[in-house]
Design a protein around this ligand. Sequence first.
Ligand SMILES: NC(=O)CC[C@H](N)C(=O)O
Length: 224
Amino acid sequence: QTGDTLKVATDATFMPFEFQVDGKLTGFDIELVEAAAKVMNKKVEWTTIDFKGLIPGLVAKRFDMAVSAIYITDERKKVVDFSDPYYPGGLVIMVKKDNTSIKGPEDLPGKKVSVQVGTKSVSYLQENFPKVERTEVEKNQEMFMLVELGRVDAAVTGKPAAKLFAKSRPTVKVLDKQLTVEEYGMAVRKDLPELTKELNAALAKLKADGTYDKLVQKWFEAGN
Ligand SMILES: NC(=O)CC[C@H](N)C(=O)O
């Protein structure tokens, strides 16, 4: 169905999942997709776009898959297929280190919170805390920076990325309480069911042969 090239889209602004070093894509998702493609005997052709364009781009058949720390949600499952879950995630709150007024999501109404457009963070706040003043931005770096600069009170984003960012910046902290429990999946066009099957088989092989564990170790556990 997809020939020998897999067209994969990502929003490379989310360390350690996908980001750029000297203009080159790298991260856990990037290496996992490359490894899966190798098992499937395919080459990867990457496209980088804003997160909000990933699911619409799949629907419009601009690429075959999107891999970008995407949570598997019922809403998204209506328009795209997902691989088996490949990593656990969940939303957390990031604030300035000296912030004492926000201890959990119940403290967010009336506060300014930065979120990335098109993400689960937006729908989570809309549904559960509609009184939060959302500042919606395109890039994750911008979302984090608004907290650092004190232009917003908090950011709501995925735990691994928030933790990694907080580790590199002494001015911010991640609250322990996790707001949701999620699973990351690779999103695939609905008209390519064979690709989803092949992808699941490749992921299973990478888990069985130790490649998956090595990548988890490299991107999430090394140096902790
Ligand atoms: N890639 C990201 O910036 C995080 C997206 C978030 N996990 C979601 O699925 O909505």
